[in-house]
Design a protein. Structure first.
Length: 426
């Protein structure tokens, strides 16, 4: 049964006869690199979570050195944004060395807080880096208000809920416990309960709870049953391969509910994703949050927001557990879903308003005559037919085919640095 949208008097006031939301939730974005951090903030994130080079999951991301953290914090501070660092492994004995100094270094870099699952790291942080906020990681599978109360009494600043928590459960948590609550709104879901899976450990010796998950649930599998001691194939080559992955999470249409529930932070997953993904998702959720808070009584989800999210989605999506327990339609058994409808083609570096010349860093192949789309936080999306292209030296090009190549072209419509160009897949 769908959660009923109820007005929350604690988070609103009347302005010129109109209800306005005064407690706007934080929009929290992922960043697997310094470039992604800057894009997330530029496109509207209130806060960014990053990984350091130790004690965090996502070991394959371009994780941050302490110096990069410091640079990221300085950049975020200019926009009033915060930085959180994931230190969310379940530590084994061999992971303890260097922890105290590492936390001190994070604190000295100006980071606001850490996201942590292991009590060892929580206790060490209290003494080694007391200025850091401590946020309980989703790895703790927090899913009831009594557990939320426990962690509040332990002195934590915020708890990140398990992805399996529904809207009614969130409501009860906010009613019962006065603590900041962070919940996922967009990104990958795990086939196991809140990441507690050992398939990766078993199949590849890569520990999913120490940053090494190989996403075994998304592999193709042949299925057999034992019949009289012999293996009998359940499917043949004409059937789709079997996988056991859930659809990705997309809660854009539930944002009004989460705001009225008083959820403090809305989290986008995806530190391994591209800057195109980060920019697109953050900009859409920024618009939804701002539009609802400005005029909740006349708010409607716009089709263009949903279409925009689809331009960077490479898997099917669902609302997962928010309204009810998901059924088979929210899973991806035997299929891998769709591919993204657009590909990231370029990052704008400069636009000369007098000559109309655009300088851009190429990120995917395009050529003269291609229809492309530009988007960014300062502009309305617009389509454009690519004209002549030049390299940095002014040589005419038949195509922009080299990764990260600097190219130039003319465009009458003003563009800003960090705007992006995308191209529809054929």
């Amino acid at each position: 049964m769908a959660l009923v949208l109820e007005q929350n008097d604690k988070i609103r006031e009347i302005v010129d006869g109109k209800r306005v939301i005064t407690k706007k939730p934080e929009l929290l974005a992922p960043a697997g690199s310094l470039e992604k951090l800057k894009v997330a903030v530029h496109y509207g994130a209130d806060a960014v979570f990053i990984g350091g080079r130790e004690f965090g999951l996502r070991s394959n991301a371009d994780n941050f050195s302490i110096e990069e953290m410091r640079e990221g914090v300085e950049f975020a501070n200019k926009y009033g944004a915060k930085i959180y660092v994931t230190t969310n492994i379940f530590a084994h004995n061999e992971n303890m060395d260097g922890l105290e100094q590492y936390l001190k270094d994070i604190e000295s870099a100006g980071v606001t807080g850490i996201i942590v699952a292991d009590p060892l790291i929580i206790e060490t942080c209290r003494t080694a880096a007391p200025k850091l906020e401590i946020h309980l990681s989703t790895q703790q599978s927090l899913s009831n208000w009594k557990a939320v109360q426990y962690w509040k009494e332990e002195g934590l600043h915020r708890v990140v809920l398990a992805r399996e928590v529904g809207g009614e459960e969130m409501k009860l948590m906010k009613e019962k416990v006065d603590i900041e609550i962070e919940a996922f709104v967009h990104g990958a879901m795990c086939i196991a309960y809140s990441g507690r899976c050992v398939l990766s450990n078993h199949m590849t010796a890569r520990d999913s709870n120490r940053g090494g998950c190989c996403q075994s649930c998304r592999w193709d599998y042949d299925l057999y049953e034992l019949e009289d001691g012999e293996e009998k194939a359940l499917f043949d080559d004409h059937h789709a391969s079997f996988a056991m992955s859930p659809k990705d999470l997309k809660l854009i249409e539930a944002i009004p509910h989460m705001i009225e529930l008083g959820i403090d932070s809305l989290k986008v997953e995806g530190r391994m994703k591209s800057i195109h993904y980060v920019a697109t998702v953050v900009s859409v959720y920024r618009k939804v949050i701002d539009a609802y808070c400005a005029d909740p009584d006349n708010f409607k989800i716009k089709r263009e927001w949903l279409e925009e999210l689809d331009k960077c989605a490479n898997r099917d999506t669902a609302e997962a557990f928010f309204h009810d327990a998901p059924g088979h339609e929210e899973q991806m058994f035997g299929v891998h879903g769709r591919k993204t409808t657009y590909e990231f083609a370029g990052l704008i570096l400069e636009h000369n308003p007098e000559t109309k010349m655009v300088t851009m860093q190429q990120r995917n192949y395009f050529k003269p005559g291609d229809e492309v789309e530009f988007f960014g936080p300062e502009i309305e999306n617009f389509r454009f037919t690519m004209g002549e292209i030049w390299d940095e030296d002014g040589n005419s090009l038949d195509a922009a085919r080299h990764p990260l190549q600097i190219v130039k072209f003319k465009c009458d419509t003003p563009l800003k640095s960090h705007n992006m160009m995308r191209k529809e897949n054929n």
